[in-house]
Design a protein around this ligand. Sequence first.
Ligand SMILES: *Cc1c(COP(=O)(O)O)cnc(C)c1O
Length: 417
Amino acid sequence: MTSPLALLGGNPEVDVPGPHFAWPPVDDTTRAAVAAQLDAAVSIPGRSGVVAALEDGLQAYFGVRHAVTVSSGTAALHALYSAAGIGAGDEVIVPAWTFHATASPLFHLRAVPVPCDIGPDGNIDPARVEEMITPQTRALMVTHMWGRPADMADLAAIAKAHGLALLEDGSHAHGASIHGQKVGTFGLGSAFSLNGPKPLSGGEGGFVLTDDDDTYYRVLTFAHYNKRCKSEIPEGHPLARYAVTGSGLKLRIHPLAAALAFNQLGRLDSYLLGRAEIARYLTEHLARVPGLGIVPVPDGVVTSWYGLTLTYRPEELGGLTLDRFHQALIAEGATGFDRPGSTRPLHELLLYQYPELLFPGHPYRHRRFPAGCFPVSEHAYRHTIKLPVWHREQDLALAEQYVRAVVKVSERHKELL
Ligand SMILES: *Cc1c(COP(=O)(O)O)cnc(C)c1O
């Protein structure tokens, strides 16, 4: 039998002081790259310097023709929707459970996000998409939640059959792939965040990927007025005449963020390999613990392990609440355990329930979502507990302590009831 629970006065199982996870990893090469950028340029209006280096690097890494950096993942999504031609009254099918920024920029285009429930893997359920399609549907947006690629074969087939633009939010999933094809390369275009904890981080920033020239010019027009539009949109293209103003927004990445992201990009694959090792250990041991379930990753699918999500099963622990289970883990020193907070089902957010205060007259205003209308998303949100996945060999010892903490709380759950 395990030692007494820390929540009830025993000794914590994890003896390493927290916080246990910091991202992005910063070393002397990172510091030198950012310091050098400080001397080279802190404002880059054209596609040059570190911005060009980062965009070239992203194009090579993802094997796409165009990468356009912007100030955030939210800005990348906004630009991508606009570039895909989404406008007033158009409907876009989005996962009912995703970070809201996957869909919220649609309000600014006076377009209508249409949530669709997720499947057991946590991603938009291909079996539910077709029932959401109406004559107004223009696009299907897919998030690869927590780094696990969605079922792109089925989703691409549905998009194709119904003439919808297939778009991806890869903000959790830089470098994840399906049979060697990287997420972000399956449809017309994709948007990624470079925000703090994301697998590829510049602290702040984002980018759009596309192979389509016209979409690329539209992204530039949306996010990069003047210099980049003048030099990158060919003369004679209908958008070239708008170069000075673009669409009126300026959403450039900061060069220091670009320098950080460029430094990290060279190491992304080694991070992902390291995470895969630790994720293998964690999933193997945690899947066996009563009270927790893990959806296995299919063969040929590589995840970025942005988060290792576990499904809490209170019925296996005498009805112990997840709140109490989580509290007991924190008391054991396993402070990296986290529950999704603001990443909650879209229809539970005020913006999606009552957008009219912020967007008067918006065509979305008639939508109402009773509780229980997206049962898989609602259940997943309330039963998910997740861990960051470390990437260094020396972190395995910490992962072992975390497993011991979980085993202890699970074994002694009756004492918590
Ligand atoms: C982080 C995130 C965004 C927004 O990116 P920012 O860079 O924070 O604006 C969008 N979608 C998903 C899935 C995200 O995780």
